[in-house]
Design a protein around this ligand. Sequence first.
Ligand SMILES: CCCCCCCCCC(=O)SCCNC(=O)CCNC(=O)[C@H](O)C(C)(C)COP(=O)(O)OP(=O)(O)OC[C@H]1O[C@@H](n2cnc3c(N)ncnc32)[C@H](O)[C@@H]1OP(=O)(O)O
Length: 191
Amino acid sequence: MSTATTPPADAAAPVRHPDAPAPGELLGAHYEYCFGCGGGQPHGLHLEARAGEGVSLTAEFTVTAAHQGAPGLAHGGVLATALDETLGSLNWLLRVIAVTGRLETDFVRPVPVDTVLFLEAEVTAVAGRKIYSRATGRIGGPEGPVAVRAEALFIEVKVDHFIDNGRPEEIQAAMADPDQVRRARAFEVNP
Ligand SMILES: CCCCCCCCCC(=O)SCCNC(=O)CCNC(=O)[C@H](O)C(C)(C)COP(=O)(O)OP(=O)(O)OC[C@H]1O[C@@H](n2cnc3c(N)ncnc32)[C@H](O)[C@@H]1OP(=O)(O)O
């Protein structure tokens, strides 16, 4: 773990938002065309995350032939995507909009095609706009051997981050979708 993903001594413990989904509840996709979780991406990861206790969650991702790097094995970048998506989903529990600033990944075991990757993630600390978190991915079952691990630093942003930086076609389509607008509003911090 680098100093960038190590919480400072004065960091606070994370606080689960009172309106966060209940433990066990599926979070659902935050955006239909998200490569990590969206149903509208045929070769996407279709990762399904479920709220846990506190500021933690579990997620599952099935490696398909579309996710190969070496023959019959998951691409490391795809596994990093699964970790990134799982860690990003923790935002639902904090009800904070945040993007990945830094993602440090350990690849411990190769992950064959058709394997289910069982992920778990938690926020460890918050310091101002900085959200510190970690995740593991296991194979062979939720208690199986660790195949991948990550530590991350997410940075809180305003919704303008996406409006100002996203391609206009997708931004306009998302803003015309009442479900998407409702999801974004749920995260807006009260003045
Ligand atoms: C419910 C929703 C579920 C969503 C799931 C999504 C899962 C996928 C998540 C993603 O993949 S998000 C996409 C990938 N990430 C990005 O595209 C982010 C690109 N980077 C940026 O837009 C900016 O660099 C960023 C918003 C992260 C920070 O820019 P800012 O101008 O807002 O802040 P600034 O640079 O002042 O940094 C704020 C603090 O964070 C620190 N920081 C920022 N980036 C860092 C970094 N990479 N490493 C270490 N520290 C970093 C920075 O040093 C500073 O520390 P101090 O306050 O102590 O001075």
